[in-house]
Design a protein around this ligand. Structure first.
Ligand code: NOJ
Ligand code: CA
Length: 674
């Protein structure tokens, strides 16, 4: 992260108190540039409401806030304002790793103190940014409210001028869906982030930040407003939404605003609303590219469980280590290394420390060490978190003693104890405990079947990436992901945080190279395949941000593939990110810089397109060598998706680039100063 935009000398922290006023029934809060405005008001019957305007137009119509707690207590009606304090804050902070090296956190804050008819206290804190709004509730320590339950959160989002929304269903256990595009009024229940295009051309993303000890928020249709959505928290088995003790803070409810869809991608409000890095030493936190015994398991070529085709055997994993060492790949994953995979799907526990007999873990670790490759640990628990909680400390200790710094976790199955959900408070606490315990042992996490990202990576930069998306694996055993999917994800799921999508499948039609016979098999997957061209697979390394990027195919499928050079060269950590163009569900082009080098990824849906853009983001007076990996003339999504054209040219910032993207296609470009 050299060469950053702001430079260390510009690191400023400012905090100033603007006003402190006497009881009022409303507050107006404006962003530093005055464009975003929040109007907070208490209605005649004492309900708290907020309203959001941007560039003089209402985006969120007056919307209710508040809670129903158990035991007759509520912060719903009859509220009065005790005080309102406004302040401003301006700071630029450095990311340990990320899509950009430094981020400005500049907002106006209002802290509103309220009382309910029972004289209980609640505070609402608003932070108003030039590009969005965050607000959270605080339950102060007080007489009469110590231990309490939240039965219902009443936060509403009444969209004033919604046109279209992109969303996934509000399943309490999974985010692995294709995005739907509909009117807001057609949403019954959705998980966040939800992206909304407004009638005036402004784009919004509704989500949450700093979800650390609370239930995940879904949004469901509200009866208050034609385009109204309301908070719908994932419950505990007893129906209670949140169990709490004062003092207690909820996550931030967030509204990100962009004049273009691309502005949502470079909006860092979610990170800004999280607490700063808590880890003193972060030298051990390393972004990486990885390969592994993985895709073969999903295709059924090899197995997780012990047997003739067991993938994670010593020899096979050494072959992956050799490949990684020869190809600028830093990590190797070996799923199915441990005992217990026979239990997957039954709810019975896995064993997180005992290898299968044909996996000589010591030999593998020694070999990886010798080749300077990081072995990635894997803890799949199949959803049995009761058992994982019990064994967590010893399993993490074991990784630490083995010198392992990267861990992929998995929760593929219904949660044990029964009745708990992946996205409920109990699991939110669990996921966070794993991150904290892993940090103590210098281990970074990539969680599958996770809780959605809400910016915790700022506080714990060892929480590096996660699934929580309909990822590559779906192409192995379902009808697969549509070409459109990759043009929606950057504007939806990616706004929440990094995605372990696992791109890089080169054998797109699953002809599978048979190593023993040195020939290709016919596809025996009943038509299953990846629905992109090869060039688009490369583009995804730039388009879908993750500090861990897998080259997901079986390594033999990379041999004699000139296109693999792009994966060797592409970084996984960036100083700058620019969205060149994009329309949600149609296409997107993103440029990212690492030191002096730029990389561009461009992807389209099923529609072929010609995309022209200026290179004006390059440095002046500098000539760049450009290597372009693009769909070739003969590339055809159905019959010839693996055809790729690799070409070289040289250009400066005064030039333009024109790309021809085929149906389901894309392009990846490397730009190096010469
Ligand atoms: C689902 C995960 O998403 C996938 O990556 C993993 O291979 C399987 N579970 C088994 O752990
Ligand atoms: Ca999964």
């Amino acid at each position: 992260m050299s060469n950053n935009l702001w430079g260390l000398t510009l690191f400023i922290v400012g905090f100033s108190l603007l006003t402190s006023c006497q009881p009022e029934s409303y507050a107006d809060i404006s962003s530093p540039d005055g464009k975003t405005k929040v109007h907070f008001a208490i209605t005649e019957d004492g309900q708290a409401t907020y309203q959001v305007a941007y560039s003089g137009e209402e985006l969120i119509a007056p919307s209710a806030m508040g809670f129903t707690l158990s035991e007759q207590n509520a912060f719903e009606k009859g509220l009065s304002i005790e005080s309102i304090r406004q302040s401003s804050y301006d700071e630029t902070w450095e990311q340990v790793w990320g899509e950009v090296s430094s981020i400005r956190n500049h907002y106006i804050q209002a802290e509103v103190s309220l009382r309910n008819p029972e004289n209980l206290k609640l505070k609402i804190v608003f932070r108003v940014y030039n590009n969005g709004v965050g607000f959270r509730y605080l339950f102060p320590e007080q007489q009469g409210l110590q231990q309490f339950d939240i039965l219902e959160e009443h936060t509403h989002f009444n969209l004033a001028q919604p046109d279209k929304a992109w969303w996934i269903p509000g399943n309490p256990d999974s985010y692995e869906y294709s995005y739907q595009n509909s009117r807001v009024s057609e949403i019954d229940s959705a998980n966040t982030p939800i992206t909304i295009q407004c009638n005036n051309g402004v784009y919004l993303s509704l989500h949450e930040a700093a979800l650390t000890d609370y239930a995940g928020m879904r949004l469901r249709k509200s009866n208050d407003h034609i385009s109204g959505l309301k908070s719908d928290l994932v419950p505990w088995p007893d129906g209670i939404k949140v169990k709490a003790n004062t003092p207690f803070k909820t996550p931030w409810r967030t509204i990100q605003i962009g004049n273009t869809p691309g502005e949502l991608i470079t909006n860092y409000l979610i990170l800004n609303l999280n607490e700063p890095n808590k880890l003193e030493n972060t030298d051990w936190i390393k972004p990486l590219k990885y390969v592994g015994v993985w895709w073969s398991l999903h295709l059924g070529v090899e197995t997780w469980i012990q047997g003739d085709r067991h993938g994670a055997n010593t020899e096979n994993v050494k072959r992956y280590i050799d490949f990684a060492a020869q190809n600028s790949i830093e990590g190797v994953l070996a799923e199915g290394w441990n005992q217990g995979w026979e239990n997957w799907g039954t709810g019975e526990p896995f064993d997180f420390v005992t290898p299968y007999p044909d996996f000589d873990i010591e030999a593998v670790l020694a070999y990886a060490n010798y080749k300077n490759i990081s072995i990635i640990g894997h803890h799949e628990n199949g959803g049995n978190v009761e058992s994982y909680e019990k064994h967590l400390i010893s399993a993490l200790d074991e990784l630490q003693s083995q010198g392992i710094h990267h861990l992929k976790t998995g929760y593929a199955g219904g949660i044990v104890p029964k009745g708990q959900h992946h996205h409920g408070q109990w699991m939110v606490r669990h996921y966070r405990r794993v991150v904290e315990e892993a940090a103590k042992r210098q281990i970074s996490i990539n969680a599958h079947e996770p809780i959605k990202p809400t910016g915790l990576r700022r506080t714990y930069p060892n929480m590096m990436t996660r699934e929580g998306v309909r990822g590559m694996e779906w192409n192995a055993w379902s009808e697969g992901n549509t070409p459109e999917h990759h043009t929606v994800l950057p504007f939806t799921r990616m706004l929440a945080g990094p995605i372990d999508y696992t791109p890089g499948i080169f054998d797109i039609l699953y002809r599978r190279y048979d190593r023993s016979r040195e020939r290709w098999h016919p596809n025996d997957k009943g038509g299953a395949r990846v629905h992109t061209t090869l060039a688009k697979q490369l583009a995804l390394y730039v388009v879908l941000y993750s500090p861990w990027q897998m080259a997901a195919d079986m390594v033999e499928n990379y041999s004699q593939q000139p296109a693999f050079q792009f994966i060797r060269d592409v970084p996984v950590d960036w100083d700058e990110t620019k969205v060149i163009n994009g329309e949600i569900g149609e296409f997107v082009t993103i440029a990212r810089r690492n030191g002096p080098d730029w990389f561009v990824g461009s992807v389209t849906d099923e529609q072929p397109r010609t995309i022209t853009f200026s290179l004006d983001f390059l440095e002046s007076g500098q000539t760049y060598e450009i290597i372009t990996y693009a769909d070739a003339e003969e590339t055809n999504l159905e019959h010839n998706p693996e055809a790729i054209s690799i070409s070289k040219s040289s250009k400066t910032k005064d030039d333009q680039i024109t790309l021809h993207l085929g149906s389901g296609g894309g392009a990846a470009i490397q730009l190096k100063p010469i």
